[in-house]
Design a binder for this molecule. Structure first.
Ligand code: ADP
Ligand code: MG
Ligand code: MG
Ligand code: MG
Ligand code: MG
Length: 665
């Protein structure tokens, strides 16, 4: 998660008065940092992952599994090490949206050496061990994208009652299903976001996802919410044949896997941001892990659109349902959505969706010397209002602080995030890859992380071009969330990634040779399955082949590392070919073949218990699951300090060597 400012949160009514102030100073803060840091150069490719865990309690006698609301005390203990040894801790822990969640990252980012790939899984294992050590015998930490029975009666431990009632003492979410106690209370940000998003929107958020229609599913599938205290809002909002959900917790209470990469400089960061964008739907589909919501099998495999709706603060005017009166803009997407524009010059011609932006902010940025593509990106982020503001943070320095900028930046949740350096940090320009659903095991999570990190190296080394019109990436985002998209989905993808052209030349060429630029671009991409994209086809090399080419040309790669990488790549290959199931498919099949399942889409307490228990055993390596993961034995057994040492030793000896050879590393 992004910014975690301390202080007293303002209500939406109060926050509203400061929106222009936050934007005005936020943009000044950005301009100041940009001026100061636009020419910084950080040659080392640093990177790191983030894993969100769910704490779970088993009630074995009752055969129930519950989300355990213990993040507060668990985090206090987890953060102890960071407090006592700020410069030397192997793991870093942060709060997340729900009181059953914690987020863990490596203590420090990994560096440019391939040997660091050996550390990833070991560090993930260490993180999980750290959490589990703090839990009781019947409790566990799972990296589960969505808990199947979130929002069902008594889904948490301890159980709480939802408070949908309106009135002076109303709760933050007013959900029929999700008690406010389930929101993490250790920091006011989460409840404030929940309440203010709802107030800004002037109604509760609406999440409708298609239910999986089985032979005995209610027909039509319509639920009676009056028994839960619905005053009519849910009955109006819920679509027939859909699983209806009504608050932020259903989305932000999901877990994910993210990776952040530091680029050499701002231009490389912008290019990496662009090149990774077309990969986001593909890796969403391959990582699909969330087919069950609020106790029902759904017809989709991923969390993405659920989170998107769960924080959609747009009013009816902004959504185009009423003429604009109070609001300034029609806005096409939620503030949690796919990337809307490319940032590098190569991407410009592919920016084909309407980009709403704050014209004044755009002008301010242009006048400050910022180019069109970056200016429009920031001016687009800044069409949003701040939805969590703290009284102590209203008045800030434009030159030494970035909280106002971060306020808007960190509540624009997109598939990619372009991260400017924090002030006075020594950190460079970074990009974050955000679509991936978190997997059960450390092995799988390490596989996704290593694969994507390798993609960044491959893209930069071979100067690859994966860009397609951004509207096609959006189409792919919808495809990627459908049931079994990993094997059945067809995605728009670049036919020849080896032809990166400079934009002006290309533009002229296009005009000369084709009737229109868009017709010319149509020749550049075609529909492919994830299998073709990853494993290749007659006319496309496949991402794995590109990675192999890169590794074959990289003398730095030692045998241990190569062996580890091989197993990670093998997993991704098998997920794409369908040889292994996605987590979503595995869960779906578990439910539909469970003896208690009644072909009615309902995932009962007992089915949930059995699924979560098995998930825990697989996570701990106590049970094999050959449909999901093949037998593996990565070399990621080094403890972290030792593994780091090894990498560092290699770096030092390499530097020595290159010095004597007169080459630059
Ligand atoms: P956020 O929640 O804002 O995305 P986090 O701090 O939770 O950010 O996670 C950022 C990730 O980036 C962590 O894995 C961290 O190790 C990694 N990281 C930290 N510093 C750098 C850096 N200079 N370059 C790249 N990655 C970094
Ligand atoms: Mg992140
Ligand atoms: Mg997070
Ligand atoms: Mg984080
Ligand atoms: Mg999250």
């Amino acid at each position: 998660m992004g910014l975690l400012s301390e202080g007293s949160p303002l209500s939406w009514e109060e926050t509203k008065k400061w929106c222009d102030h936050v934007r005005k100073h936020g943009v000044q803060q950005f301009i100041h940092q940009w001026n100061k840091l636009k020419d910084t150069c950080k040659p080392e490719l640093k990177w790191g992952d983030e894993v969100e865990y769910m704490l779970v309690a088993f009630k074995h006698e009752e055969e129930e599994a519950k989300l355990l609301l213990k993040a507060g005390p668990v985090l206090d203990a987890l953060q102890e090490m960071e407090k006592t040894k700020p410069d030397d801790h192997p793991t870093t822990w942060r709060p997340e949206y729900a009181a059953y969640m914690v987020e863990g990252t490596p203590g420090k980012p990994y560096g440019g050496l391939l040997a660091h790939f050996n550390n990833v899984e070991a560090n993930m294992r260490l993180r999980r061990e750290e959490v589990i050590k703090l839990l009781n015998k019947n409790e566990t930490a799972l990296s589960l994208t969505a808990f199947p029975r979130t929002g069902c009666l008594n889904f948490s431990e301890p159980p709480h009652k939802a408070t949908p009632e309106a009135g002076p003492k109303e709760g933050a979410s007013r959900s029929l299903f999700y008690p406010d106690e389930v929101i993490f209370q250790g920091h006011p940000r989460f409840k404030t976001l929940t309440r203010n998003i709802r107030h800004r929107r002037k109604e509760k958020v609406i999440i409708n996802i298609p239910v999986f229609k089985d032979t005995k599913t209610k027909e039509p599938f319509i639920e009676d919410f009056s028994v839960l205290g619905d005053d009519g809002e849910a009955a109006r909002a819920a679509k027939p044949d859909h699983i209806y959900m009504d608050c932020m917790g259903f989305g932000m209470g999901c877990s994910c896997l993210q990776m952040t990469f530091q680029a050499c400089n701002i231009a490389e960061a912008r290019s990496l941001y662009d090149q990774l964008t077309p990969l986001t739907p593909i890796f969403l589909a391959l990582s699909a892990a969330s087919p069950i919501h609020r106790g029902f099998l759904s017809d989709i495999d991923c969390r993405w659109n659920i989170i998107s709706s769960s924080v959609d603060c747009r009013t009816r005017e902004e959504r185009g349902l009423e003429p604009l009166k109070e609001n300034k803009f029609r806005i096409q997407k939620s503030r949690y959505a796919s990337t809307d524009s490319y940032l590098s010059p190569c991407g410009e011609k592919y920016n084909d969706i309407e980009l709403v932006m704050d014209k004044d902010i755009y002008k301010t940025l242009i006048n400050a010397g910022i180019d069109h593509l970056l200016a429009q990106h920031i001016a687009h982020l800044f069409i949003r209002d701040p939805v969590a503001l703290f009284s102590e943070k209203i008045h800030q320095s434009d030159t030494d602080e970035t909280d106002h900028f971060e306020n808007l930046q960190s509540t624009n949740w997109q598939t990619m995030r372009f991260k400017p350096p924090p002030p006075n940090s020594g950190i460079g320009w970074r990009v974050e890859f955000r679509p991936v659903e978190v997997q059960l095991t450390d092995f799988e999570n390490a596989a996704f992380v290593v694969f994507i990190v390798l993609m960044t190296r491959v893209i930069l080394s071979f100067n690859l071009d994966f860009l397609i019109p951004i509207s096609k990436v959006d189409e792919n985002m919808e495809t990627s969330q459908k049931k079994d998209a990993a094997v059945n989905g067809k995605f728009w993808f670049k036919k020849d990634p080896f032809t990166r052209e400079t934009p002006p030349e290309c533009a002229t060429k296009c005009k000369n040779r084709c009737r229109t630029v868009s017709e010319c671009m149509e020749d550049e991409y075609r529909l492919m399955t994830a299998d073709e994209i990853i494993n290749g086809s007659a006319d496309f090399p496949g991402l794995v082949e590109l990675i192999n080419m890169y590794l074959d040309n990289n003398i730095e790669c030692d045998v241990d590392t190569r062996c580890t990488i091989l197993q990670y790549v093998k997993l991704i290959k098998a997920r794409a070919s369908g040889e292994l199931k996605t987590t979503a498919k595995w869960m779906r099949d578990f439910v539909t073949s469970h003896p208690d399942y009644k072909q009615d889409s309902i995932v009962s307490e007992k089915i949930n218990y059995d699924l979560i228990k098995l998930a825990d055993q697989i996570t701990r390596g106590e049970k094999e699951c050959p449909e999901l993961i093949f037998c593996h034995n990565t070399r990621s057994t080094d403890n972290i300090p030792r593994a780091m040492e090894k990498s560092e030793e290699q770096l030092i000896s390499k530097k020595k060597m290159s010095k004597s050879n007169g080459v630059d590393v």
